[in-house]
Design a protein around this ligand. Sequence first.
Ligand SMILES: Cc1cc2nc3c(=O)[nH]c(=O)nc-3n(C[C@H](O)[C@H](O)[C@H](O)COP(=O)(O)O)c2cc1C
Length: 213
Amino acid sequence: MSNPLEQYRDSHRDFEQDASANISDNPFEIFQDWFAAADEHGELEANAFVLGTTSLDLQSSLRIVYLKELLDKQFIFYTNYNSQKGHEIAANPKVSMLFFYPKMARQIRIEGVCTKVDAATSDEYFNSRPRGSKIGAWASHQSDVLSDVSVIEERVKELEKKFPNEVPRPEHWGGYQIDPTHFEFWLGKESRLHERVVFDKVGDDWKMYRKNP
Ligand SMILES: Cc1cc2nc3c(=O)[nH]c(=O)nc-3n(C[C@H](O)[C@H](O)[C@H](O)COP(=O)(O)O)c2cc1C
């Protein structure tokens, strides 16, 4: 019996081969091309990626966050600095990112060094958010134990009274930027002969090579 997943991938093969033939030697250009193509081809939430961090005792942990921007070669996302990921990034700023585009049989792996964006950048983004999200940033003590959901509902009521007009950005909420040191672009191909195009940062340059699938 034929495998529907294989058939599905086969129907995308021409597209993948074209993409490989035209691959740039600039990893940021490839990222932007693949990101735009993912959006055009109807990948849901093309900007969602898996963020990997590591605790002080070397336990890795993963969660999805949204890429908000690729600015000056930095990947930017927003979160609570007091969350589990926030503590882990403070202990070890070496993080990893993973984008998966199943319709296109593509995967992008990135490793890099994560630091907080400046306060003005976080303010600008926070101020652009709807009021409910701003209140939520105060109300959620992200990753702390929650005894009951009513605790958050109560906090929201209090915060609505505390901030009847403008809601300021809490200091514990803001952006992180990931400065990449390594990229791998993976293309699903026929007969498992997938392609892996890899870039390592060497000084200010990028060394490009391929890996066995
Ligand atoms: C599609 C999706 C997008 C998400 N985007 C974010 C985000 O941008 N920032 C964030 O802090 N959490 C986001 N989350 C929630 C995180 O996955 C996670 O639950 C939360 O950040 C707490 O993680 P931590 O306890 O490891 O710090 C998102 C979850 C999903 C499923």
